[in-house]
Design a protein around this ligand. Sequence first.
Ligand code: NI
Length: 262
Amino acid sequence: MGMIFETHAHYNDEAFQEDREEIFAQLPGKGIGRVVNIASDLQSIGECLDLAHRYPFMYCALGIHPSDCAPLTDELLEEIRGKLSDPRVVAVGEIGLDYYWDTPDRAIQKHWFEEQLEMARRAGLPVVIHSRDAAQDTMQLMRTHRAEEIGGVVHCYSYSLEMAREFVKMGFYIGIGGVVTFKNARKLKEVAQGIPIDNIVLETDSPYLAPVPFRGKRNSSLYLPYVAEAIARLKGMSTQEVIDRTEQNALRLYRLDQKKPG
Ligand code: NI
């Protein structure tokens, strides 16, 4: 019997300052196995590495979020590149485009998205993509950089089923979290139903986007059973089957099926 694989969390966030340890201690009891902690800005790079070294169940992705990419320079990117060979690093992320907050300028966001896609390719790592209100440009840059050869996940997926099928065709996984439990999340429910279970991975984006019945509260991986349950209902599968299949998917996504444990 598998355990839940949490593919996207931010435990370095100050929201977990007080009780990070207590949450981690409860994970196995709630059926949560591995966790990938995702960097978003320069400061979080070191914090994510540190956490991934401290806890055997935790891995990390290193990269700069589009909304935080303004301070990036070639030198800083070189520094990040140097850390990618660390055995606890399983991906480059989160990287992408965010036209919802729409800052910094789109040209700057695109530039660093492209640079980080190529960084991932050279490091032989998959990418964790953040894309909000920017479906067309995201897809276009992914095609330009032959992202199908890089691989990865579109996290916190928020686009249409048609678009999801395009990402799946490129071999990408679709990250689904608490939003799928929201009553008004018709589009995401359609996506969960419409794409193969083999392309879905579970995520929280903690501390954000807690599932019902905790909507609006601080999120943590402890709530992932609610997400697995919602997907199971949509797909007419048992919750355990969703947990098992998405765990296998996440192991493939982060290529932990090829790595020795530890
Ligand atoms: Ni995130």
